[in-house]
Design a protein around this ligand. Structure first.
Ligand code: FAD
Length: 512
C-alpha cells in the first residue's frame, strides 16, 4: 500500500494554523521531490482568539524561514520591539518593587555563572541582578530600541522579540501563504472527522465543501481541540490547582498623544488577584487583567483594569476571556498532531504560547513524516518533548508567584501554599537556597526556560541564597569582576548609540 504523506490538512486559521501552514509550505514546496500540498480550512463563524501580542526572539527565525521581510512585518502588524518583561509589585506590592527579565542572557553566560559573584557583591546597596549582569534593562528604562535603523533585518545590538497585533499577524501570514506559498485555503465549518479501521484520520467533513482528504492532519482549532480532544478523546490535564488565574479581561487603548513613548518591554503589574499585562504597539496599547475568579469578581476585575488605565479607557469596551490552564495528556495521535491552544494553554505571564507553536512546528517541519510507518515513533518523541515543556513552563510560571512576600490578599497568600507548588520546583528551590541556578539544573535540551531566566526571576524576587552553605565559587572572582565592568561599559555605549524605541519604529514604518 502506498501510504506516502502527500497531503497535509490544517484545521484552524488562528496564529497556530497559519504559522504551521507557512513554515511547512515554505520548507516543503509541492513541486519538490518530497513535496507536499498544504490545505488550511478555517471557519468563518467560529472566530480566532485574537489576542497573543507578546513573542519570543524565536519569531525572528520563524519569519525569516517563512520568507517575510522584517520591514513588511513591522508595517503590516503594527509591531514593536520587545526586549523582555518588567514585573512590578510582585515582591512586596510596595512602591519601588520592580525587576526585569530581559531577553539578553547574563554577560559571558557560556564562560561563567555570575549569580554567586553578584550575591557576594551584595552588601545591601548593590546594583540589582538584571542591571549588574546585562545592559538591556537599562535600554528599557531609557525607552531605547535594541538596534539602530542601519542594522540589518533580524539582527540587533541587544536580543529582541516583538509585540504585535495578533489579528493583523494572522492576516499577514494568510496573505503570504496564499499568494506566495501555494497554500490552499478553504473557508468552511468542519462538522465531522473520518477515521479508518486503524484509527487514522482520512479526512474532515466540511459543511459546504464536503470531504477534505489528507494523509497528515494538524489540529489548530484552538480551545475546541476538534481532532485531538473531541475526536480522539485525549484527556485534558488541568493545572488550575497550581496556576490560580482562570480569567482575563482585555482592553485595547489609544495613547494619550500619538508620539508618547512605546515601552519595549511587556509591563506586568501585580494586582490583588492577579496581574495586568500592558503591551505597547506603535498605535495603541494592548492590556488585560489576568485574575482568579476565586479571589475577585468579574466586575471588580474590570474596575481594577480601568483604574490602572485611567481616562484613556473611558467609553471603551472590555472583552472577557475564560482561561483553563493545562494541556492535553498527549499531543500527537496516529496521523494527527495538535498545535496552539488545541495543544494546551497557560496564562500568558511569559508569553510562551506562540513560542511553543513555533517549537511544535519546527519539529513537524524538520521531521515531517514521510509515511505511516514513522508516525508512532515520531508521536512518542513529540509527546515526550511536549510533556516536558509543559511541566517545566508550569514550574517557571509558578516561580513568579511562590517567591512573593506579599501578605495583603488571599490570592498571594494562597499562591505560596506548598500544596499548590509542583514537587520538582519545591526540590529545586531547596537546592537554590544554597547554590544559585546553573546549567547543571537544566540538562534537558532544548529547555524552554533555562538557568538565566530562573536567575533573573529568583534574584529579581529577592530569593535568599545562603552561599556559605553551598557554593565555593571564588576562583573566578577576577573574571566576574571584569564581566561586571564590561556590562557597565556596554551600557554606557548602548545608551549613547541607540535611538528611542518610538523613533526607530517611526523610521522603519516610513523608510524601511
Ligand atoms: P484560535 O486563534 O482560537 O484559532 C482557532 C481556529 O480554529 C479559528 O480559525 C477557528 O475558525 C478554527 N476552528 C475552530 N473550530 C473549527 C471548526 N469546527 N471548523 C473549522 N475551523 C474551526 N500567546 C503568546 O505567545 N503571547 C501572548 O502575549 C499571549 N497572550 C494571550 C492572552 C490571552 C488572554 C490569551 C487567552 C491567550 C494569549 N496567548 C498569548 C495565546 C495566543 O493567543 C494563542 O496561542 C495563539 O493565538 C494561537 O491560537 P490558536 O491559533 O491555537 O487558536
Amino acid at each position: 500500500m502506498n501510504d506516502r504523506v502527500r497531503q497535509i490538512v490544517i484545521v484552524g486559521g488562528g496564529s497556530a494554523g497559519w504559522i504551521a501552514a507557512a513554515r511547512i509550505a515554505a520548507a516543503h514546496r509541492p513541486d519538490g521531490d518530497n513535496g507536499v500540498s498544504v490545505t488550511l480550512i478555517e471557519s468563518e463563524t467560529i472566530g480566532t482568539i485574537g489576542v497573543g501580542e507578546g513573542t519570543w526572539p524565536t519569531m525572528r527565525n520563524t519569519l525569516r524561514k517563512i520568507g517575510i521581510s522584517e520591514t513588511e512585518f513591522f508595517r503590516s502588524c503594527d509591531a514593536a520591539f520587545k526586549q523582555g518583561a518588567r514585573f512590578t509589585g510582585w515582591v512586596t506590592g510596595k512602591p519601588g518593587d520592580s525587576y526585569y527579565h530581559p531577553l539578553n542572557p547574563p554577560q559571558a553566560a557560556t564562560q561563567i555563572n555570575l549569580s554567586a559573584h553578584w550575591l557576594r557583591r551584595q552588601d545591601g546597596a548593590g546594583t540589582d541582578f538584571a542591571h549588574a549582569v546585562d545592559f538591556q534593562s537599562a535600554l528599557c528604562d531609557a525607552g531605547l530600541a535594541p538596534k539602530s535603523i542601519s542594522t540589518a533585518e533580524y539582527v540587533g545590538l541587544a536580543n529582541y522579540a516583538y509585540h504585535l497585533d495578533a489579528v493583523k499577524f494572522a492576516a499577514l501570514l494568510k496573505k503570504h501563504c496564499i499568494e506566495k506559498l501555494g497554500v490552499r485555503h478553504v473557508i468552511d465549518d468542519v462538522t465531522g472527522v473520518k477515521l479508518d479501521d486503524a484509527g487514522f484520520v482520512t479526512g474532515v467533513e466540511a459543511r459546504e465543501t464536503g470531504l477534505l482528504s489528507g494523509d497528515f492532519f494538524i489540529d489548530c482549532t484552538g480551545f475546541a481541540a476538534l481532532l485531538i480532544g473531541q475526536t480522539y478523546g485525549v484527556p485534558f490535564v488541568d493545572c488550575g490547582d497550581v496556576l490560580l488565574a482562570d480569567n482575563a479581561v482585555a482592553l485595547q487603548v489609544p495613547y494619550e498623544h500619538e508620539d508618547d513613548p512605546v515601552a519595549s518591554q511587556t509591563n506586568s503589574t501585580a494586582q490583588d488577584a492577579g496581574w495586568i499585562w500592558d503591551i505597547g504597539l506603535p498605535t495603541r496599547r494592548g492590556t488585560g487583567y489576568v485574575y482568579s475568579s476565586r479571589h475577585t469578581s468579574h466586575d471588580e476585575a474590570e474596575a481594577t483594569l480601568r483604574a490602572y488605565l485611567g481616562p484613556v479607557a473611558e467609553g471603551l469596551n472590555t472583552r472577557r476571556i475564560p482561561i483553563r490552564s493545562g494541556h492535553r495528556q498527549r499531543f500527537w495521535e496516529k496521523n494527527c498532531v495538535a498545535v496552539g491552544l488545541a495543544n494546551g494553554f497557560l496564562e500568558p505571564l511569559e508569553a510562551s504560547a506562540l513560542m511553543l507553536i513555533e517549537t511544535a512546528v519546527d519539529f513537524i517541519v524538520d521531521r515531517l513524516p514521510q509515511s505511516r510507518a514513522v508516525m508512532a515513533p515520531l508521536a512518542r518523541q513529540f509527546n515526550a518533548a511536549f510533556e516536558h515543556h509543559w511541566a517545566r513552563i508550569i514550574d517557571f510560571l509558578k516561580l513568579h508567584y511562590v517567591l512573593t512576600k506579599r501578605e495583603d490578599t488571599a490570592f498571594w497568600r494562597d499562591n505560596r501554599d506548598p500544596a499548590t507548588v509542583p514537587d520538582r520546583l519545591l526540590e529545586q528551590l531547596e537546592l537554590w537556597r544554597h547554590l544559585p541556578p546553573g546549567p547543571q539544573d537544566f540538562p534537558h535540551q532544548p529547555e524552554v526556560f533555562s538557568w538565566p531566566s530562573y536567575q533573573y526571576v529568583l534574584h529579581g524576587m529577592g530569593f535568599e541564597c545562603n552561599l556559605a552553605a553551598g557554593s565555593q565559587v571564588t576562583a573566578e572572582a577576577a573574571l566576574a569582576q571584569r564581566c561586571f565592568m564590561a556590562t557597565q561599559r556596554q551600557q554606557e555605549q548602548a545608551l549613547a548609540a541607540l535611538p528611542s524605541h518610538r523613533a526607530l519604529l517611526d523610521a522603519v514604518r516610513v523608510h524601511g
